[in-house]
Ligand binder design. Structure first.
Ligand SMILES: [Zn+2]
Ligand SMILES: [Zn+2]
Length: 356
């Protein structure tokens, strides 16, 4: 079968190769991959920043965002059958089975020895067939057969929002009204849609023009789009109950601090690669203290967020029928892998590769 692979930590090692179809053990499922989605994590692995091949393999099959159909089930697998439309989660429990992994929250693993499909120690889904532990596979509605590949990025949003509410409701009476989303890539757009669906006033900031696709998709949900080139963050007059930072820009992340209302919260979902000097750390911490503000980070998502995300995808599709489809801006064939993984144009939102 065809598989898109890299040799981890080696740049320019991306290739399409022929590998053997895996066969599932009694607790696994063999998946016929329909589509995979591409994001910054894949590009970071291709650039050699991280990535780890499975034990005994010299290469890693890429792909952690996927939409699959069950092709074959192991002997002890219950609740899944051939043909089911499914999305496997990404992370698997650490071998020590730490407190959180044991509790179904491998996204909160404390040992750091977890594995992740397509990223760390397990092959991903960028191949004709792929394998997963059946207990980490979530069945989704047939109505998502075109856009179900957006579920994995949505789970990042599901976790971020859920944790925001848990933190806030655990420390005060919280009735949020205004939310700020920094970034309008796939995760920012999905966050905008979910927050709008829950009835909040949402402002979403990005650098694209007002007539760009991203801006139009933001406004379709009833959120307000702010072009940060026209309206710098420092000039915003509003304060927000919660800020979701998804740009991965440290300077934007720092500016987010001033935009949080008293008793508010900032949820950081980016990876901040550039270096940034802090001009006045004292002012930031003083503002944090005097405003009872919370800053927290959130990574990955466990199965519960895939289950809630699958429900939200159906609801988003009902409310704004073309929104999710229009987020998939490029579809490529596996043979065209180089173009698919190359940097996106400014209007690009989500690129997918079809293995169907
Ligand atoms: Zn991703
Ligand atoms: Zn663990």
């Amino acid at each position: 079968m065809k598989a898109i692979t890299v040799i981890p930590r080696k740049t320019n090692s991306l290739k399409l190769q022929d590998v053997e179809v895996p066969s599932p053990n009694s607790h696994e499922v063999l998946l016929k991959v329909q589509r995979i989605g591409i994001c910054g994590t894949d590009r970071d692995i291709i650039s050699g920043f991280y990535g780890e091949a499975p034990e005994g393999s010299s290469y890693l099959i890429l792909g952690h965002e996927s939409l699959c159909r069950v092709s074959e089930t192991g002997r002890f697998v219950r609740g899944l059958k051939k043909g089911d439309l499914v999305v496997p989660t990404v992370r698997r429990n650490c071998p020590e089975n730490c407190l959180n992994c044991r509790n179904g929250e491998s996204d909160m693993c404390v040992t750091g020895h977890y594995k992740e499909h397509g990223i760390k120690g397990l092959h991903g889904f960028a191949s004709d067939f792929a394998m997963s532990d059946a207990s980490f596979v979530v069945r989704i509605s047939e109505s998502l057969s075109e856009i179900g590949v957006l579920l994995e990025p949505l789970t990042i949003v599901e976790k971020g929002i859920s944790q925001t509410f848990k933190i806030q409701q655990g420390r005060l009476k919280w009735k949020p009204e205004k939310m700020l989303v920094l970034g309008a890539g796939p995760v920012g757009l999905l966050a905008t849609a979910v927050l709008r669906m829950r009835g909040f006033e949402v402002h979403t900031v990005a650098t694209r023009e007002r007539d760009s696709l991203k801006a139009r998709l933001v406004e379709e949900t009833g959120a307000t789009y702010i072009n940060s080139k026209e309206t710098p963050l420092s000039s915003l007059e509003h304060k927000y109950d919660a800020v979701f930072e998804i740009t991965g820009s440290p300077s934007v992340a720092l500016e987010a601090q001033a935009l949080i209302r008293v008793n508010g919260v900032a949820c950081f979902l980016g990876i901040y690669r550039q270096q940034q000097q802090l001009e006045d750390a004292g002012a930031i911490f003083t503002d944090l203290v005097l405003g009872n503000k919370v800053h927290f980070g959130s990574v990955n998502a466990n199965k519960s967020y895939f289950v809630s995300g699958a429900k939200d995808l159906v609801l988003i599709q009902k409310k704004w029928p073309s929104l999710l489809k229009r987020m998939i801006t490029r579809q490529k064939e596996p043979e065209d892998f180089e173009a698919a993984y190359s940097p996106e144009s400014e209007e690009e939102i989500k690129t997918v590769i079809n293995f169907e």
